[in-house]
Write a protein that binds this ligand. Sequence first.
Ligand SMILES: [Zn+2]
Ligand SMILES: [Zn+2]
Length: 299
Amino acid sequence: MCIQRSLFALRNRPQSPPLEPGELLLLQLVKSDAMRLGLLDARINYAIVFDEIERDYDGTLSQHYWPNEGRKWDWIVRGSASVPTIPFSLEQLRLSRDYGGQDNPRYIDSVDEQMILPHVLWALASKPNPQLQRTPTRMIAEIFGKERALGAIFNHDRLELLDPRPPHQVITTRYERNPMLGESLKSYYSHRCQVCGHEFRDMFDLDYAEAHHIHRLGDGGPDVSSNIVVLCPNHHRIIHASNARFDADSLAFEYPNGLHESLILPDHLALSRDRGPAPRVLQQPLQLAAETKGQYQTE
Ligand SMILES: [Zn+2]
Ligand SMILES: [Zn+2]
């Protein structure tokens, strides 16, 4: 599995059904590994838009993509995009049938598809496509709970951090920033300022907050959650106007006059600081669990 390049490896070529370009493949962590890692309720974290499957005759591809595995797979599946999901497991949903099994892909019945698709976060994909997303990004925490919303944000971060950006790219459109990442975090904090806790909903009946990048993207700051703080407009303004710097160790803004303001809502930055958005899930063998019928465009 090589999620940043939308690749994974199989022993056998999927026969029935065969894979069609544009189909969305859900990737599921093998059950025994999920159990060992305490991820039984989070076996799926990514989907891949299927593009092509290629035979690895002599092991060259396996060696190239997985140099540390020391083994060969017969089939390499390439996707055109990686799509993070809300962490979930098919077993948790009340689906019409059991999609478990090794290696062979299964079609998802359309009745089950309706329950699965809201978990797929197209707006946070390696090639964002917000129009395809069923769940409004600004409501993901409300709908799936804060913990799963943050899990999805960290899934996005893994893709972003692992994706090596080519230094010169002329024709391809590259999202300078993905506004949906900020929206996801605002949702996580219920649109409260992480510094002062201010929210507008009570008085104005409106959710409003701003996403501040700690290191400006223009200066090479990464577009990942550990580089974003959710702020009220007052704090956002004064932080820029005063050139306050953010201290990632104490999780506090430090103003030039000596004032320290610690975050009262530090969750995602505290987690990133303490354990980082570690790509542990990606290093585990994943099995191809299921696919949905191809109603998606890949571009
Ligand atoms: Zn504030
Ligand atoms: Zn800002």
